[in-house]
Design a protein around this ligand. Structure first.
Ligand code: SF4
Length: 254
């Protein structure tokens, strides 16, 4: 699943760019999901006093509004992008307004000043209003989504990749840099996505079938502790793969 974000200041053409990208990807027969980051502090679909809000107030930890034409699953917290993406299984997920994730990004602006203000690592192209007057900006191309969508989506096909981790540099620096710099390095062709140690994870922990991200230090700790105990059991073999499952049988009442 390849992820891309279109971000930039308001009224610079983000949604128009996202719409054009989604249409072109669908035309190329990819499955596409999307995510819209909302920065408005008071945004809330679930308004006080509605029945779903009353469920939440009563203590329900996950509320679903099941309507005739749509189903809205309402979490009462801001989820990380990694957790949101667990709901998706599409070829591409296009995000609007996500700036803080380690993924390929397109920056939109209405002027060079807008681009200067929001410029950061992992930008593969600039677009939006300003792209009608520019051919390039810093070291990337300026591509107008309204007139050159073919070129923009071909670049996305080439560059967009799965979400990279975002762990504290104190927990992991196995690639020799922090996660954001590594992402930028992959997008510039200087590193490979597979060189992130989390892509080579050899210890996997799932909670209710959801995988946890484990930095190398935690993987080593779990491996050493588990292998230490299991090596005392009959049947243990050096170098064998080990699988442990812990099931909580909450419903075992019969
Ligand atoms: S190896 Fe992966 S998790 Fe570790 S710092 Fe590099 S990108 Fe981040």
């Amino acid at each position: 699943m390849r992820i891309l974000s279109v971000y930039g200041s308001t009224k610079t053409g983000k949604t128009t760019t996202v719409e054009a990208i989604i249409k072109e990807l669908r035309k190329r027969r990819y499955s596409v999901g999307s995510i819209k980051e909302i920065h408005y502090e008071h945004f809330q679909i679930d308004q006080p006093g509605t029945n779903t809000s009353r469920h939440r107030q009563a203590g329900s930890q996950l509320v679903t509004a099941r309507g005739l034409h749509e189903t809205d699953i309402l979490y009462s917290e801001k989820l990380s992008l990694a957790d949101i993406l667990k709901h998706y299984s599409h070829d591409f997920v296009i995000c609007e307004g996500v700036e803080d994730a380690n993924i390929a990004k397109i920056l939109t602006g209405a002027s060079n000043h807008d681009l200067d203000e929001r410029w950061g690592p992992c930008v593969i192209a600039v677009s939006g209003v300003v792209s009608a007057q520019l051919d390039s900006y810093r070291d990337v191309q300026a591509i107008n989504a309204l007139t050159d969508i073919d070129q923009l989506v071909s670049l996305i096909e080439e560059k967009a990749m799965p979400l990279l981790p975002d762990v504290d540099a104190a927990c992991c620096s196995a690639c020799g840099m922090d996660c954001r710099t590594f992402c930028d390095s992959v997008l510039k062709g200087k590193s490979k996505h597979s060189e992130c140690v989390q892509q080579q994870q050899s210890v996997h922990v799932f909670i209710n079938d959801q995988p946890l991200d484990l930095v190398p230090f935690v993987q080593d700790m779990i491996r050493a502790a588990s292998a230490g105990m299991i090596s005392q059991l009959r049947g243990y073999q050096e170098q064998a793969d080990i699988r442990i499952e812990i099931r909580n049988n909450h419903d075992a009442s019969t």
